[in-house]
Design a protein around this ligand. Structure first.
Ligand SMILES: C[S@@+](CC[C@H](N)C(=O)[O-])C[C@H]1O[C@@H](n2cnc3c(N)ncnc32)[C@H](O)[C@@H]1O
Length: 296
């Protein structure tokens, strides 16, 4: 079961009223949405977006007996404006992004997100990627060494990015890199021994970087945030929970820029993080950061 992160805090800061229209841009199993629905009541409307059909099915089941009106849409949140247009909603009182993926999604996709299973090296959010869709396999087998190193550094913050890219290019001359385990073995060879005994697995950062690149997660986040502010009502609030520093920096900078443009106010002068109790109950929450913005 996915436990919603910072639930009390999100609900407190979203300032919800009965009858509000709320967009949950990453609904997953409706952990936050269930509570949101309770707050906005039967006159309220919840629009839940997710790019994963299984998550939407789960949300549908979870929200079956809730009071508010529920509209579920399979889409990327970068198309938030089009989703709302499609369901004839012009403005929202609150929008929530709870970024990332549940461990269930990562483990069960069969598309190579996890370095602990031997699977085809795809890493696409799309279940059936088309011929022309970018995959992790395409990046490691065809991109130039420098470009591979750059993304591993930028989106993985991996200090051995150059060594890993070099080894990838060396090995692929002999053999096409096909599966997650092919790549794990390359990273293992490219990094020093002490790196294998750290708390986080030596392949974590490279895998994160490839996933972010394949799915243009940074582009989607920037687009999604911009579109949210366009559809937010005056005094409406945008809440964003992120789990790694690359995303958090983007959100922080986005809020600062929008404040300077006089579009709204940063509500969370200090970021909100889970307390010890929450981290003990739900270790996945330990890296969560919540930021809130209010539109003028
Ligand atoms: C951490 S989960 C959200 C959990 C949810 N708040 C809850 O408590 O049940 C993130 C969800 O966002 C979805 N997601 C990630 N990137 C997305 C994107 N660009 N567009 C739409 N959904 C996305 C994932 O499929 C996943 O279901």
């Amino acid at each position: 079961m996915h436990i919603p992160v910072l639930l009390k805090e999100v609900i407190n800061f979203l300032n919800l009223k009965e009858g509000d229209i709320v967009v949950d841009a990453t609904i997953n199993g409706a952990g936050h949405s269930k509570e949101i629905c309770g707050q906005i009541g039967e006159k309220g409307t919840l629009i839940g977006i997710d790019l994963d059909q299984k998550s939407l099915d789960e949300a549908d089941k979870e929200l079956k007996h809730s009071k508010c009106k529920v509209i579920l849409q399979k889409n990327n949140f970068r198309n938030l404006d089009k989703v709302l247009e499609k369901v004839s909603i012009k403005k929202a009182n609150a929008i929530l992004f709870d970024l990332g993926f549940s461990s269930n999604q990562i483990d069960k996709s069969g598309r190579g997100f996890s370095f602990q299973k031997d699977e085809p090296l795809l890493m696409t959010f799309k279940e059936n990627p088309a011929e022309e869709d970018l995959t992790a396999r395409e990046i490691v087998n065809n991109w130039e060494e420098n470009n591979i190193a750059d993304i591993i550094y930028a989106y993985g913050e991996e200090k051995f990015s150059r060594q890993i890219a070099k080894k990838i290019v060396e090995i692929r001359k002999e053999k096409w890199i096909e599966t997650t385990m092919d790549l794990v073995k390359i990273i293992e060879k490219a990094t020093p021994n002490w790196y294998k005994h750290k708390k986080i697995h030596f392949a974590t950062k490279t895998f994160q970087a490839l996933r972010i690149t394949v799915n243009d997660e940074i582009g989607a986040l920037k687009e999604g945030l911009n579109k949210s502010l366009n559809v937010l009502e005056k005094d409406g609030r945008l809440a964003v929970i992120s789990f790694h520093s690359i995303e958090d920096r983007i959100i922080k900078q986005f809020f600062r820029n929008k404040k300077e443009e006089n579009i709204g106010t940063i509500i969370t002068k200090k970021i909100i993080v889970p307390n010890r109790d929450e981290i003990l109950k739900n270790p996945r929450s330990r890296s969560a950061k919540l930021r809130i913005f209010q539109k003028n």
